[in-house]
Write a protein that binds this ligand. Structure first.
Ligand code: SF4
Ligand code: SF4
Length: 519
């Protein structure tokens, strides 16, 4: 059951009749102490150049509306969203656009991605934004529009456009907004610090989101290893009875929406359903903060608070940096020793992405930069499965990781789907506990990618087949039409010839009759 806010505070009654329901998960070594006690550093030197990818979100990449040589103001729109699921991109500082072309993406492949390069003019001159006097006087749809225009995406790492999620929640008439303040990934403390240092703004963002959703209540879930954040958020929410702040056990992956819904509400989100089907939608605390900023100041999302940590980092900290800042510059500022870095990770160690090099930018989804030393990473020497069942116990989705893995190894991907591959959330709990160092989650990511590629290829083949069939049918239709026209023409010709012959015969008969009369 979620704990209450303490003496003198509102009592939150949750999950009365059922025992707490937590499925699977692991108690990962936290590594949070290095940064949890330090205030967010906000004076990072302005980079001379920012590299701003046009794809920082789930959905279609943004389309640039600037060109090389343009001068832009801080916060100015650089690229607009395309299609239903997309997000716009804004200038993190004022300066000159010096390039729009391909640069390495902050991804394990580091494959090129279309990027706007902005040379700072050092002025930090903001574009003027109209301020909304009262966001609660706006139509709920207007909240989604403004959140969308500010380029806000899920800042817990999912990067799904938040405006779309708000609209979906409203359409599905969700009753509860769940706010994930769990930050269950080891090392990361940026959400913890945000809740400690800017709780009033986060709560304000939650109130605005509630209005945009038309939901009746919000629950902020904070793991019990963050007592200061819990106290700060509880105090900030005191005046708003529609917002409950609750503590949940520290257990990875507690921030998964299904896990929280099960634990806090005793409700199971059925497989192949969404949380909105049970009346709940979840957003991250960082997203709530960005919503507050966008609605209260009109300013778009152009900076990110990231945790920089790992044993190769001399000065681990939480730092607010402009989107587009190179990770190498952030690491240098924090005194990272590249020769000591055995693995560079963007995000947390469980679900983050290993980067091949640091010459890639901070993006909207970056929550952590970890320069991990050799002692902090698990051995990569894979051994045979001993069928200990630890992975099964650890899986929060109730899957059978060892069975999926053995099917994938034998290239039986469909059989792996039968064991629940599509329900895998890539949390990495199974890999974490495996005594044989089997990188189970890597197999699942590979298989999911392969299945998606095969599905895409099949879709393409079917589309090509359909196009060919359509073409064939069209050609047959044209031929039939031409044959019919030809038949018609021949018929008309015959009729004309017959009429001509009949006319000639009639004329001849008339001539003969005339001759006979005359003679
Ligand atoms: S945890 Fe590893 S060794 Fe144990 S059953 Fe799962 S895959 Fe096999
Ligand atoms: S990565 Fe997938 S299979 Fe492994 S524990 Fe997480 S959800 Fe289960």
């Amino acid at each position: 059951m979620g704990k209450t806010a303490g003496a003198g505070k509102r009592v939150v009654m949750l999950n009365f009749f059922k025992k707490p329901l937590i499925r699977g998960g692991v108690h990962a070594t936290e590594h949070k102490a290095e940064t949890a006690g330090k205030a967010i550093f906000c004076d990072f030197p302005l980079p001379s150049k920012l590299y701003i990818p046009l794809q920082q979100h789930v959905g279609k990449p943004a389309e640039p509306l600037i060109k090389v040589g343009d001068h832009v103001l801080k916060g100015q729109l650089l690229a607009y969203s395309q299609g239903l699921i997309s997000a716009p991109i804004h200038a993190p500082t004022s300066g000159i656009i010096v390039d729009v072309s391909d640069y390495p993406a902050p991804h394990p492949s580091a494959l090129p991605i279309r990027t706007v390069v902005l040379a700072s003019d050092g002025q930090e001159k903001w574009q003027k934004f109209p301020v909304v006097p009262d966001p609660f006087a706006l139509d709920p749809e207007e909240i989604s529009l403004r959140v969308g225009a500010a380029g806000i995406v899920g800042l817990g790492g999912a990067t799904f456009p938040s405006a779309v999620k708000l609209s979906q929640g409203r359409r599905n008439k969700v009753h509860t907004l769940l706010i994930n303040g769990g930050e269950c990934e080891p090392y990361l403390t940026c959400d913890d610090r945000l809740m400690q240092e800017r709780p009033a703004q986060v709560i304000d963002g939650i109130r605005i989101m509630l209005h945009g959703l038309g939901a009746s209540k919000a629950i902020v879930a904070i793991e019990d290893n963050k007592p200061d954040a819990f106290a700060a958020m509880t105090a900030a929410a005191q005046a708003y009875p529609q917002i409950s702040v609750v503590q949940v056990p520290t257990r990875y992956p507690m921030g998964w929406d299904r896990q929280l819904i099960r634990y806090l509400m005793g409700q199971e989100v059925p497989a192949e359903s969404r949380s909105t089907d049970v009346g709940v939608t979840m957003h991250n605390v960082g997203t709530a903060y960005a919503t507050h900023r966008a609605l209260r100041t009109g300013r778009p999302l152009i900076s990110k608070i990231v945790t920089v940590a790992g044993s190769a980092v001399a000065k681990p900290m939480n730092i607010e940096v402009l989107i587009g800042t190179l990770i190498s510059e952030v690491l240098d500022f924090c005194g990272a020793d590249h020769s000591e870095t055995a693995r560079l990770v963007m995000g947390g160690p469980m679900m983050g992405e290993a980067l091949p090099h640091p010459a890639v930018p901070i993006v909207k989804g970056s929550s952590g930069i970890l320069a991990l030393g050799a002692t902090e990473i698990k051995s990569t020497v894979e051994q045979a499965c001993i069928r200990c069942g630890s992975c099964v116990n650890a899986c929060p989705a109730g899957l059978l990781p060892l069975e999926m893995m053995s099917r994938i190894k034998n290239n039986q991907l469909e059989a792996a789907v039968g064991f629940g591959l599509k329900d895998c959330i890539s949390c990495g709990s199974c890999s974490y506990v495996c005594p044989s160092n089997i990188p189970l989650v890597h197999y699942f990511k590979y298989a999911s990618g392969e299945l998606a590629a095969r599905q895409q290829a099949q879709h393409k083949t079917e589309q090509t087949k359909r196009l060919m069939q359509d073409k064939q049918a069209r050609l047959e239709r044209i031929k039939k039409q031409q044959d019919e026209e030809m038949r018609q023409m021949q018929l008309e010709k015959q009729q004309r010839e017959l009429a001509k012959a009949a006319a000639a015969a009639a004329a001849e008969a008339a001539q003969t009759a005339q001759t006979e009369v005359t003679s």
